[in-house]
Structures are given as structure tokens and as C-alpha cells.
Design a protein. Structure first.
Length: 252
């Protein structure tokens, strides 16, 4: 990934760190409970929170393991994580600034790698997955969680369009079939796959990314004009709120 692409993503999220720390969507969920369950018997593990954002994986993991490295391309996100970890008494959380596609760690450094709601921002998904595989120890655990696109082309196109209007750093929400193929190509073997539904309150969704009013209006116009099939699939409400599909993939 070019330094220009790294700077674009980092600058875009620089003023949004506090929003992601307080985000209800990011600080709770059955997927975080699943991560905790996977880590509870791994007391001596070193964990990489890849694309840590507001650090919610780190806060859940730290009491259960030896060390957590929270890694993100955005400096303000890492500042937030450091401060929040100290406030919570989590002294085994350290930070590292780097893009997923070029990690500053030796091969086979981590027992567990977790990437939650970050892959859709990566400029080169496949390079990021290869890096995750490289820094994971043989037999190590990998957990990937993200919003997923529907398999149908019409629904996929609508989702990507709304996401890009809301957040210009958006790259792609991948289909489950794309995830399965990409993980296999990167050298992972999938152990389990858990689909979930994630309700999104429209006002919170656009506030978190500081979406400009013109783009908010464009999203609402598209939602109102959407075909019945699209409205039904995403359970679009009168106020613009809707439901996204997510997946948690456990791999080694």
C-alpha cells in the first residue's frame, strides 16, 4: 500500500477516535463475547488487535492474556487506546502504528490475531491477510469479524454505494464467499463461521463518521427510492435505520 493511501486513511480517522471509543456498535456485541470465550483458556497468549480502532477488542482481551498489541494506522486511535487502557488498569496493552498490509513484527510473533470491523478499510485485503498469517505462530488462532455484503449483485451494489457515501475511506464489504476464498489463499484454514445481524441507528451511523450533510441527504434519497427488494433485505426503517449482516470467522 502506498504512503499516500496510508495517509488518506489515517487523516480521515484522526478526528474520529473518540467517536469510536464511545460507539455502542463497537463496544459491545455477541462477537466480542465470542472473542472472550476463545481467549479464556489462553492465559499466556500474545494477542494482536489488528486495526484496533477504539480498542474494544484490546479491552476485552487484556484481562485474559499475557499481552495485547493494539495496532492501527491512525495515531489518534492509538492515543485513545493508551489512555483508556491506563484508566481501566490494563497495563499489558501496548500500541503500534502501522497499516495491516505492512506490519512491523517478526514472523510467528503472536498466538492470536484479531481483526474486527477493519478489513473493509484495507487498501489491499490480500496483503493484509498475508501479513496476519505471517505474524501468527504455527497453530495460532485468527479471528476475523466484519460487515459482509450480500451475495446478490443488486444488494451488494446498494450496500457499497451507501457505505462509500457515508465514509469516503470505505473500500469494500466482502461477501462471505470472498472471505472464504481470500482466507484460503492467504494460508488459513477456517474452523467456524458465525453470521449475525447488526441493527444500525441511522443518526448514530452517520454521526460516528462525521458524514457531511450533503452526503447524508444523498444516502436518504437513495434509501427512499430503493427497490422493495433492497428495502426488505436491509430492513430499512422510516428514519433510515437498517440492518447489516456480519460474520465472525475463526481460523488457524
Amino acid at each position: 500500500m502506498s504512503s499516500h493511501s496510508q495517509a488518506f486513511a489515517a487523516e480521515h480517522y484522526q478526528p474520529r477516535a473518540q467517536d469510536y471509543l464511545s460507539s455502542e456498535v463497537h463496544r459491545q456485541g455477541a462477537d466480542l463475547d465470542q472473542i472472550e470465550a476463545e481467549l479464556v483458556a489462553r492465559r499466556d497468549a500474545r494477542v494482536l488487535d489488528l486495526g484496533c480502532g477504539g480498542g474494544h477488542v484490546s479491552y476485552r482481551a487484556a484481562p485474559l492474556v499475557r499481552e495485547v498489541v493494539a495496532c492501527d494506522v491512525t495515531a489518534s486511535m492509538l492515543d485513545i487506546v493508551r489512555g483508556a487502557a491506563v484508566e481501566r488498569g490494563l497495563h499489558n496493552v501496548v500500541t503500534a502504528q502501522a497499516p495491516a498490509e505492512c506490519l512491523p513484527f517478526d514472523d510467528a510473533t503472536f498466538d492470536v490475531v484479531v481483526a474486527r470491523y477493519t478489513t473493509h478499510h484495507w487498501r489491499d485485503r490480500d496483503a493484509g491477510l498475508r501479513e496476519a498469517r505471517r505474524v501468527l505462530k504455527p497453530g495460532g488462532l485468527a479471528i476475523f469479524i466484519d460487515v459482509v455484503a450480500p451475495e446478490q449483485a443488486l444488494l451488494d451494489s446498494w450496500l457499497q454505494t451507501l457505505e462509500l457515501l457515508r465514509d469516503i475511506s470505505h473500500v469494500r464489504n466482502y461477501r462471505v464467499s470472498e472471505w472464504v476464498a481470500a482466507l484460503a489463499a492467504a494460508g488459513f484454514s477456517i474452523d467456524s463461521l458465525a453470521p449475525r445481524l447488526l441493527p444500525m441507528r441511522f443518526a448514530d451511523w452517520v454521526a460516528r463518521t462525521h458524514t457531511p450533510e450533503a452526503q447524508v441527504a444523498a444516502i436518504r434519497a437513495l434509501q427512499i427510492a430503493a427497490p422493495a427488494e433492497v428495502k426488505e433485505h436491509f430492513a430499512m426503517a422510516e428514519d433510515g435505520s437498517f440492518t447489516l449482516g456480519t460474520v465472525t470467522l475463526i481460523a488457524h
